[in-house]
Write a protein that binds this ligand. Structure first.
Ligand code: AMP
Ligand code: ZN
Length: 457
């Protein structure tokens, strides 16, 4: 089966073909670096990583651009309130520039621990201010802008197709917002450029043809996507919250300036929920990758957990679910390791796995095939090669994983090996005796289907 992906624009699964032969232009909205990213954000980045891997498995070269939002994202997505960066600066006592650098560095480290492949281009909004100004000028030239006392705004009423991606009820939104519009003409209008207010004493501001200020949040993505991928490219991704505001605005900007709707496919990752609410930076427990590490989890266990749910369904996070994922991952690693050296992959299994992946990235079903493979009658080296092939999509690092034998003293290891052999020979009395010996040595042995694990008792 050829690759089929769900396109939010059409609200349907469509066959994917690239605009240029063998190459895919992919833009994914990146982090706002005013704080650490939480593991909810990483569910979206993991979905995008899975997409990239599947595109590569289909033979495409992927030109992946991700932005770092280090200016212009206001506390409210509706152009209200303080800039998140300036607020982060007050919270931490560091400069806005320093916190951007700090949280970008931490983001890059987290990508690594989660096994997420690095984008081809990771670009900062603040490194592309002239490009954003030029983009706004282009929109202005085409007649879509107006000026208020606090900035240059996009006039969404001038674009009949505005909001189609989000299937927005423009009339309803307009009726609901009438009293709060201020100088905005329409509820859905948004800032392209905001003026600095002297009393705000902004750290991040630039000169522009309209006055000193800073770019609106949405323009960075249109400008950087255009710079690195052109006015029309293959796939644009983000989290589900972007379907109604950020992405319609990106589309409107590019459509106004260049007459294209930016991307051929629009794909969105659904949220991780915590206690039935969206996991967010501002509410509830702040779950960072570092917290997982501090609690003794392998971040790859979180990756495994995300693989168990389809990207278009919300997933509820719980520590029990993460425990189960960590246990499953450990068992899979031990099984893979005990299979020894790889031979040649089983083409039947590989074909079925590709079919699941090509069916709108059905990772849960592709992952389930792993267990069917392990239970099958295939030879160990065939299983191993097939498993390693599967892992090109899963990214669980199975090829390089080795048990931490150095932690287990040689005497303990030999008693455990003897007990494993006794158990396999159904010599239960001897197996029990050796378990007693292990307990005396301070170790507990847990039996799996394809091997055992040792933990300090
Ligand atoms: P931000 O740093 O807020 O700009 O968000 C970065 C990415 O994470 C965006 O694509 C968001 O849509 C996504 N995101 C935010 N919260 C969640 C969540 N709870 N689950 C999944 N993705 C999320
Ligand atoms: Zn964006």
């Amino acid at each position: 089966m050829s690759l089929h992906l769900y396109d939010t624009w059409t609200r349907s699964v469509r066959e994917f073909t690239s605009l240029k032969p063998n190459e895919v232009g992919l833009y994914t909205c990146g982090p706002t670096v005013y704080d650490y990213q939480h593991i909810g954000n990483y569910r979206t980045f993991l979905f995008e990583d899975g997409l990239k891997r599947v595109l590569k498995l289909n033979g495409y070269r992927v030109n992946h651009v991700m932005n770092i939002t280090d200016v212009g994202h206001l506390v409210s997505d509706a152009d209200e309130g303080e800039d998140k960066m300036e607020k982060g600066s007050r919270r931490t006592g560091k400069t806005a520039w320093d916190i951007a650098a700090l949280y970008t560095e931490s983001f890059v480290a987290d990508l690594k621990s989660l096994g997420i492949e690095f984008p081809t281009t990771l670009c900062k909004a603040t490194d592309n201010i002239p490009e954003q100004i030029a983009f706004v000028q282009e929109i202005e030239k085409k007649g879509y802008t107006y000026r208020t006392s606090d900035g240059i705004y996009f006039d969404t009423a001038k674009q009949p197709t505005y909001g189609y991606l989000g299937r927005l009820d423009i009339a309803g939104l307009q009726a609901g917002a009438r009293v709060d519009l201020g100088e905005k003409k329409n509820a859905t209008d948004y800032a392209l450029w905001k003026f600095s207010k002297p009393e705000d004493q902004r750290q991040m501001e630039w000169d522009s043809p309209w006055g000193r200020g800073f770019p609106g949040w949405h323009i960075e993505c249109s400008a950087m996507a255009h710079k690195y991928l052109g006015a029309y490219f293959d796939i644009h991704c983000g989290g589900e919250d972007h379907i109604t505001v950020h992405h319609p605005n990106e589309i409107s900007q590019t459509e106004a300036a260049y007459g294209t709707r930016l991307a051929n496919f629009w794909m969105h990752g659904y949220f991780i929920l915590l206690n039935s609410a969206k996991m967010s930076k501002s509410s509830g427990e702040f779950l960072r990758v570092q917290l997982l590490l501090d609690k003794g989890y392998d971040p790859i266990a979180y990756r495994y957990l995300c693989l168990t749910a389809h990207y278009r369904s919300q997933l509820t996070f719980s520590w029990d679910a993460l425990d189960a994922a960590q246990t499953a991952l450990e068992r899979l690693r031990h099984s893979a390791h005990s299979l020894g050296a790889p031979g040649v992959a089983d083409q039947g299994f590989v074909a079925r796995w590709m079919e699941k992946l090509n069916d709108d990235l059905n990772f849960p079903q592709a992952l389930a095939l792993t267990y069917e493979l392990l239970k099958s009658e295939l030879a160990a080296d065939v299983k191993k090669a097939t498993l390693l092939k599967f892992d090109e999509a899963f990214g669980l690092g199975l090829a390089n994983w080795v048990p931490k034998v150095e932690d287990v003293p040689a005497t303990v290891r030999s008693v455990a090996d003897a007990r494993w052999a006794a158990r396999n020979n159904k010599d239960w009395a001897e197996a029990d005796r050796l378990r007693g010996e292990l307990t005396a040595l301070g170790w507990a042995m847990k039996d799996g289907k394809d091997g055992y694990t040792l933990t300090k008792a």
